[in-house]
Design a protein around this ligand. Structure first.
Ligand code: F6P
Length: 373
């Protein structure tokens, strides 16, 4: 009897999702003779049993399209909002998988989805995870689809900001996505020739940035472009955040944990849009006019580039191979030119941040980029 598989996309959307759905789907249907259904809107659709049959027709013409044909959501299976209440939907999800006669489930998503997929594995489901995110922060995979396209978009934005910053003798601070990991700001900052790159991994001091801008001005370059990751913080704010994290980790009761998490969320909220604070502080410290550009969702939208289409297709097809062998409980990671199954237990909850000795950081410093430290 043909194997019957479910597939869904979860978390923030990302270029290359449809390439991965197609890559998995074409191999599953055409090569292995499986049946495939696609759940709508991530884990919410799985919990609510909303799905479509995915046949060859449904998979045609989607390789080049942005977003996800299935829709997505950031719902967590064990804590889903249902009629205003928070409900553990894992038993319902297991039931839905049984009801639909599913042999396996493919969850395409980022780090959060890896954690959720692992929760479903623990509940006894056969799950594989395909790694997508523009943040490139999933552990054990060299890269995730979506990153390359976003890198190109952010690089082009920095290119364009240069000419306007130069013409007006201004500082332009460009906010790039990445709350916990600075891969995108770092890669685009280097490729776009940003003068200053600020990452969550390297706490900055405004004075050292201001000094580098003053030095540039003294050498006749009265403009500067700053690439800042969403999650970059100065030294003082980083200490506050670390203290808030420590409170969460050390909380001894569920009540204390909830209070510590609320405190951490309020600190996070206060640090949101740090790009504006940086611009204000740099204006005051240098006397140069400063402006902010927030790239936002432009980084995630639109058609995937060749690299992301290729990676989505490769990992999707490799996922179908694993499913055909009954090899579940893994992330299909990209390592070198290979798709490698890595146990979800190793990937879930394990963020890949930029190591301080990463060659990209060395390269940025070699060309004289100020990293804010
Ligand atoms: O996809 C990851 C990410 O792009 C982060 O870098 C960003 O902070 C986040 O998603 C925001 O997405 P949303 O507003 O959809 O939650």
């Amino acid at each position: 009897m043909a194997q019957r598989i479910g597939i869904l996309t979860a978390g923030g959307d990302s270029p290359g999702l449809n390439a991965a759905i197609r890559g998995f789907g074409k191999a599953a249907l055409g090569h292995y003779g499986m049946e495939l259904i696609g759940f709508r809107d991530g884990l919410r659709g799985l919990a609510e049993n909303r799905f479509v049959e995915l046949d060859r027709e449904a998979l045609a013409g989607i390789l080049t399209t942005g977003g996800t044909i299935l829709g997505t959501s950031r719902d967590k299976p064990h804590k889903m909002k249902v009629d205003g209440n928070t409900v553990d939907m894992i038993p319902t999800i297991v039931e839905n998988c049984e009801k639909n006669g599913l042999d396996g489930l493919v969850c395409i998503g980022g780090g959060g989805t890896a954690k959720n997929a692992n929760r479903l594995v623990k509940a006894g489901l056969n799950v594989i995870h395909l790694p997508k995110t523009i943040d490139n922060d999933i552990a054990h995979t060299d890269t995730s689809f979506g990153f390359s396209t976003a890198l190109g978009i952010a690089t082009e934005a920095i290119d364009r900001l240069h000419s306007t910053a130069h013409s007006h003798h201004r500082i332009i601070v460009c906010e790039i996505m990445g709350h916990k990991a600075g891969w995108l700001a770092l890669g685009a900052g280097i490729a776009g020739g940003a003068d200053i790159i600020l990452l969550p991994e390297i706490p900055y001091e405004i004075e050292s940035i201001a000094e580098s801008i003053r030095q540039r001005a003294a050498h006749g370059r009265g403009f500067s472009v700053v690439a800042i990751a969403e999650g970059a913080r100065d030294v003082a704010d980083t200490k506050d955040m670390e203290a808030a994290e420590a409170l969460v980790k050390g909380a001894s009761s569920p009540e204390a944990k909830a209070a510590a998490k609320a405190h951490r969320a309020s600190i996070e909220a206060a640090h949101r849009r740090n790009a504006f604070k940086v611009a204000e502080e740099l204006e005051a410290a240098t006397g140069l006019e400063a402006r902010v550009t927030v790239l936002g969702y432009i980084q995630r939208g639109g058609t995937p580039n060749a690299e992301d289409r290729l990676l989505g297709t490769l990992l999707g097809g490799a996922g179908a191979d694993l499913v055909s062998e009954g090899h579940y409980g893994v992330t299909v990671a990209s390592q070198g030119q290979q798709a490698v199954p890595v146990p979800l237990s190793k990937v879930a909850g394990n963020l890949k941040t930029v190591p301080l000795d990463h060659p990209w950081i060395t390269a940025a410093r070699h060309v004289g980029t100020c990293m804010g430290d």
